[in-house]
Design a protein around this ligand. Structure first.
Ligand SMILES: *Cc1c(COP(=O)(O)O)cnc(C)c1O
Length: 482
């Protein structure tokens, strides 16, 4: 394909994308395919000779679309939202075109510098304390990671390294293996599975402290765990607090947990993957009270801030903790301006070497929506969650299972887990809307998350009527059996 053909195909692709998104409601939100559906639809091996573009684009509707779960359908209420907007997609095209690999300042100065400034903009937008910003003289700063999972892992690895260095300097006879074998990290029992996984990957023992009846981690639970573990000779190094848990969008109490972590030299990382976007609205910042005690903070603009995946924003108060932990400087990555003290080499802030120019997506989205436009998006979603909440509350066959704070409603039929599993099956088999469940304690719960950028009251009403009708069907056939 040459530039002339690219111009033509590119315009066509933009039309295809606009049509897809404009008419997404007419597509079934969840596909009908069975595992293995795709292989028989295409050849066993790549073609020897190049093919015509028309043949490829025609295969998108034949091969791909039948197997797509339409995350941007206004009938999609599963998981948490994933961001999608036209400015972000345009920026992504440009990112692909520049196609630089921004591992060091010199490898593409704009890639590094825009990222640093965008993370400062974003930090200010959500009201992060000054210490997390890079500014011109700050010790903190932000970086774009691929995912919240990577941000948690980076924070844990940095904490591990920091404690190892400190203990070795206090007692040079200690080996790293001895120190590691005694380390312990914590999260609440509501933390995302990626936190436990960070423990497995880093080799640091990870313990879950019990959350309270509102699914929040409180200070006393951490104190109890610390007391017991220290008495057993363990070394606490890390606590991952969650703001907006995945199951029920509950919030750990940073005002209690933070001071304990600070006093005990425990790195406090805050995982606000979903909820963090809401903090651009001042009225939700009370939910992040105590963030000033954190060592690192992360949320995903690719979840709720209209930025397409991947874009996870991660800030540290002391960037030296991160950079110092994994520094490697082979000759082929060195350059003249490196010693000026003004440059950032983002390869030290992440696990891979290579990185894309993802800050373009932030820049385009922030400028085209403005803070006000983004606030409207968040507020609309929360308003819609409350509309759904009101429907559920008016039907006494149902109960609400967790406080509705942002855009997620946890609800269930009053009755057995079996009933609720059957109801969810009916909902997802009919494929008019899509939901996923969660477990709160031993209770099976349905999660209704406001997801699509284009979802409106009419879709919420439709979804509720549909759920109500399936519940009536279920109760008329199963009602006698309970
Ligand atoms: C979604 C979510 C994650 C995982 O996000 P990735 O960016 O996919 O790794 C982690 N923590 C919480 C609280 C989440 O809701």
């Amino acid at each position: 394909m040459n530039a002339a053909e690219f111009r033509k195909r590119g315009k066509h692709m933009v039309d295809y994308i606009a049509d897809y998104l404009e008419q997404i409601e007419t597509r079934q939100v969840f596909p009908d395919v069975e595992p293995g559906y795709l292989r028989p639809l295409i050849p066993d091996a790549a073609p020897e000779e190049g093919e015509a573009y028309e043949d490829i684009i025609n295969d998108v509707e034949r091969v791909i679309m039948p197997g797509v779960t339409h995350w941007h359908s206004p009938y999609f209420f599963a998981y948490f939202p994933t961001g999608n907007s036209y400015p972000a997609m345009l920026a992504d095209m440009l990112c692909g075109a520049i196609g630089c690999i921004g591992f060091s300042w010199a490898s593409s100065p704009a890639c590094t510098e825009l990222e640093t400034v965008m993370l400062d903009w974003l930090g200010k937008m959500v009201g992060l304390p000054e210490q997390f910003l890079a500014g011109c003289k700050g010790e903190g700063g932000g970086v774009i990671q691929g995912t919240a999972s990577e941000a948690t892992l980076m924070a844990l690895l940095a904490a591990r390294m920091k404690v190892t260095k400190r203990l070795k300097s206090e007692n040079p006879r200690l080996t790293e293996a001895e120190i590691l074998s005694r380390m312990v990290a914590y999260s609440s029992d509501q933390a995302h599975s990626s936190v436990e996984r960070a423990g497995l990957i880093s080799g640091v023992r990870m313990k879950k402290i019990p959350s309270n009846g509102k699914f929040e981690a409180r200070g006393q639970a951490l104190k109890d765990a610390l007391q017991e573990d220290k008495a057993n000779g363990l070394i606490p190094v890390f606590f991952c607090a969650t703001l907006g848990t995945t199951a029920s969008c509950s919030f750990d109490n940073l005002m209690e947990l933070g001071p304990i972590c600070n006093a005990e030299n425990i790195w406090m990382h805050v995982d606000a993957a979903y909820a963090g976007s809401a903090f651009i609205c001042p009225e939700f910042r009370y939910l992040m009270k105590g963030v000033e005690f954190a060592d690192s903070f992360n949320f995903n603009p690719h979840k709720w801030l209209l930025v397409n995946f991947d874009c996870s924003a991660f800030w540290v108060k002391k960037r030296s903790d991160l950079i110092g932990a994994f520094k490697m400087d082979p000759v082929y990555l060195q350059y003249d301006q490196q010693e000026s003290g003004l440059v950032t080499d983002y390869r030290h802030w992440q696990i891979p070497l290579g990185r894309r120019f993802r800050s373009l997506k932030l820049w385009f989205v922030f400028r085209m929506y403005g803070v006000k436009g983004l606030q409207e998006h968040i507020r609309k979603h929360i308003r819609l969650a409350n509309e759904f909440l009101d429907y559920v509350k008016q039907d006494e066959r149902f109960e609400i299972c967790a406080q509705v704070i942002l855009g997620l409603v946890c609800f269930r039929l009053k009755g057995s887990n079996e009933w609720n599993k059957t109801l969810l099956q009916k909902i997802n088999n009919s494929k008019k809307i899509h939901l996923v469940p969660c477990c709160l304690g031993s209770t099976f719960v349905l999660r209704f998350a406001i997801c699509a950028r284009t979802v409106e009251s009419s879709h919420i009403k439709f979804a509720w009527k549909h759920i109500e009708q399936l519940a009536t069907e279920l109760l008329s056939t199963e009602g006698g059996k309970q």
